[in-house]
Ligand binder design. Structure first.
Ligand code: NDP
Length: 315
């Protein structure tokens, strides 16, 4: 049973760099944005430690602190940030769109900016969770620098894992690449690059038994599932690159997505196939996935939404 309907000019779903940047622009354009920040506000940056590649922070900043500053900036211009989930949407017909918050609260939104992000897939072993942010990471570009000159491992065999292994190989003394089958999934060009990098050693048919370390990663134990052999390797960093899930399930059936669930937008814009619904950040970007690119796309979404509302008002 739904509660009373609330009419919103601009609804922002998600509270990572894309969502907050969209909120800053939307609020300054007097669109009175209301943000549903989710159950873990701040998105993926809240589970990282130092962020050193976001311009404007010459000494780096902790991910959670950075997202706190984003939130304050969005609120300063009047964004109503709510801790809660948009649990379903109805994009049949034209705006205003009906959406349900927290299973029961009905909202009507003139325009919607989707910034729900993506979540890294994890191996699901207890030591991975225990050491997350203490040497275990799902983003080589974000965290590789902390392991300069050290030995690391990366799990995965797709294009992301190959790209990240190559990136790590430039920074680290040695990279073990842990591949569960006897072949890669990545494109031939990416495989070629990995196999021809002198400090990348690929361990095929290998699975992670445990990541070792108490306060931080000190190594990992791997199992070759063909020979049954166990190998322990000393490591400083352990990267997981086994894919991401875009958080787009509630939009299925309404918005165009690729086969893995990333939202499709008109190139060069944030426009989805539904007029008035815009997408930004990692929910629609499986290639770059950086805080700064997400923030830039959040700005684009707010400007697109503003222009959409202005054009409607002119009719
Ligand atoms: P993919 O889904 O392509 O690959 C995931 C990899 O992780 C697979 O090799 C898979 O193994 C492995 N894996 C999954 N689960 C486990 C597990 N539990 N333990 C060990 N290994 C596991 O994801 P990507 O992120 O690599 O790529 C996503 C998409 O983005 C792809 O379409 C890719 O081509 C594209 N992309 C393109 C780039 C480019 O063009 N520059 C760069 C990055 C991504 P298995 O093979 O055995 O299933």
């Amino acid at each position: 049973m739904s509660e009373i309907i609330e009419h919103i000019e601009c609804l922002i779903i998600g509270s990572g760099p894309a969502g907050y940047t969209a909120a800053i622009y939307a609020a300054r354009a007097d669109m009175k944005p209301i943000m549903y920040a989710g159950m873990q506000p701040g998105g993926q940056l809240t589970i990282t430690t130092d962020v050193e590649n976001y311009p404007g922070y010459p000494d780096g900043i902790m991910g959670p602190e950075m997202m706190e500053l984003f939130r304050k900036q969005a609120e300063r211009f009047g964004t109503d940030v709510r801790y809660g989930m948009i649990t379903s949407v109805d994009f049949n017909g034209k705006a205003p769109f009906k959406v349900i918050a927290d299973e029961s609260k009905e909202l009507l939104a003139d325009t919607i900016i989707i910034a729900t992000g993506a979540s890294a897939k994890w191996l699901g072993i207890p030591s991975e969770e225990k050491l997350n942010g203490r040497g275990v990471s799902a983003c080589a570009v974000c965290d590789g620098f902390f392991f300069k000159g050290k030995e690391v491992a990366i799990v995965g065999a797709g294009d992301t894992a190959c790209e990240e292994a190559s990136y790590l190989a430039k920074i680290c003394s040695k990279v073990y690449m842990i591949v569960r089958r006897n072949e890669f999934r990545a494109s031939k060009a990416m495989q070629h690059r990995v196999l021809n990098t002198h400090n990348i050693e690929v361990l095929f048919n290998t699975e992670t038994d445990e990541i070792l370390g108490e306060e931080k990663v000190s190594g990992a134990r791997f199992k070759n599932h063909v020979t049954g052999e166990m190998t322990t390797v000393d490591l400083s960093g352990f990267f997981v690159a086994i894919g991401h899930h875009p958080n787009t399930d509630i939009f299925k059936g309404f918005l165009e997505m690729d086969e893995t669930g990333y939202l499709k937008t008109t190139p060069g814009t944030s426009k989805t196939n539904i007029e008035g619904v815009f997408a930004c950040g990692d929910a629609q970007d499986k290639v770059y996935r950086q805080a700064v690119t997400a923030a830039g796309s959040g700005c684009i979404a707010a400007l697109d939404a503003e222009r959409y509302l202005a054009a409607k008002a002119d009719y």
